[in-house]
Write a protein that binds this ligand. Structure first.
Ligand SMILES: [Zn+2]
Length: 135
């Protein structure tokens, strides 16, 4: 039994896998770094939220998949992806869907995303723009 497993057939199979060993190495490295990625994303997002809102978010309140991190603060959803912080909001008109706002790096960026930025589906019209007539 033992001789068969360590025989030439097994070696031939391993050699056949060689062209893909770089992929296995990359995937292995990714999986090895995953706990660190999760921790870094949580730390990064909570630090940015603290800087912009003054609210302390615990790591347990932050969802991360290893490439992006998401957290809710007082009903507002923050998302960190590729080191870019954005807000996630629903359609201004129908209240469904998920829209990512402009990249934010300052308090005024956050203010813009909270007030002026009005995400809309292509088929949803924002009739509130008619209020501009009051100016
Ligand atoms: Zn809509």
């Amino acid at each position: 039994m033992q001789d068969q497993i360590n025989g030439t057939t097994g070696l031939a199979t391993l050699e056949g896998m060689q062209p893909f060993s770089w992929q296995a190495a990359a995937v292995g490295e990714y999986e090895h770094s995953l706990p660190t990625r999760h921790a870094e994303l949580r730390t990064d997002l909570s630090a940015r939220i603290l800087a912009l809102t003054g609210r302390q978010i615990s790591p347990q309140e932050i969802y991360t998949d290893g490439s992006l991190a998401v957290a809710g603060v007082d009903g507002v959803t923050f998302r960190l992806h590729h080191h870019s912080l954005v807000l996630v909001r629903t359609c201004t008109y129908c209240g469904t869907g998920h829209f990512e706002g402009p990249k934010m790096s300052s308090l005024s960026d956050l203010g813009y995303a909270l007030s002026t930025w009005r995400p809309l589906h292509e088929d949803c019209e924002d009739y509130s723009a008619e209020d501009l007539a009051d100016f």
